[in-house]
Write a protein that binds this ligand. Structure first.
Ligand SMILES: [Zn+2]
Ligand SMILES: [Zn+2]
Length: 237
């Protein structure tokens, strides 16, 4: 019985491949056959703190060796190259929300390798300001968080952290500007003493969002804060 509405839905809104954007011939597949050959997660030579790419013999990236971080550690699935930039744009702005199924599976795959070490109690999406969420129609991080929660059995809480103000888009800002732009932008709505939180976001670029989230969560009592993002930017300039 369940199959009929799904079939109709697929005819009306065919699912696309998150790797290349083409309509999936097999509507049940997460990736098209050709992307299945070329898409691979980034699992070697990453910074032990922030998960960004480093030289093979390096343990920490330049930024993580220079200063302390509010988060404890984080990992990402893919390098933020043209393919994933386009994919995430389609997902966020052009209605390809079905990509979240593949994204969440990929993130849960990476999470499996760190789960025993991190042992998070709670999954926390990076919030959007409510105005922005209304404009966009959804919060891309919450959709991922919800799906990852279903895949891992770890509870996710949408409104634990809220974005207090609409901040300028981070896209065109430098790292210090991004930091300043976000300062005090998040607040945690209850005490979470002793909790280990796992922050979910789509992309880790300069790290200022995750950093600010981790600081807010720790100020509210979190013992540890980890993060998982779909993509991570290349080595800092
Ligand atoms: Zn494809
Ligand atoms: Zn690092």
């Amino acid at each position: 019985m369940k199959r009929i509405p799904e079939l109709i839905l697929n005819l009306l809104y065919p699912r696309h491949c998150p790797g290349c954007g083409r309509i999936l011939k097999n509507q049940r597949a997460l990736l098209c056959p050709s992307c299945r050959q070329t898409v691979s997660p980034f699992t070697e030579d990453y910074c032990l703190r922030c998960g960004r790419p480093v030289e093979p013999e390096q343990e920490y990236c330049a930024e993580c060796s220079r200063r302390t971080r509010a988060f404890d550690a984080g990992r990402s699935v893919f390098l933020y190259d043209e393919r994933w930039k386009t994919s995430i744009e389609r997902y966020k702005y052009y209605g390809y929300r079905e990509f979240a199924d593949f994204y969440a599976e990929a993130m849960a795959y990476i999470f499996r390798s760190v789960r025993a070490e991190w042992r998070p109690d709670l999954i926390v999406p990076v919030p959007l300001h409510r105005k922005k969420e209304r404009q966009r129609g959804f919060n891309q991080s919450w959709l991922l968080a919800r799906k990852i929660s279903r895949l891992t059995g770890i509870p996710a809480e949408k409104d634990l952290v809220v974005k207090n103000r609409a901040t300028a888009s981070q896209k065109k800002l430098s790292a210090p500007e991004r930091k300043k732009n976000l300062r005090g932008a998040f607040s945690v709505r209850k005490r979470i003493t002793g909790i280990t939180a796992l922050v979910i976001d789509d992309v880790y670029t300069t790290g200022s969002t995750v950093e600010e989230m981790a600081a807010a969560l720790k100020a509210a009592g979190a013992a540890k804060v980890y993060f998982l993002t779909l993509c991570t930017a290349n080595r800092p300039r």
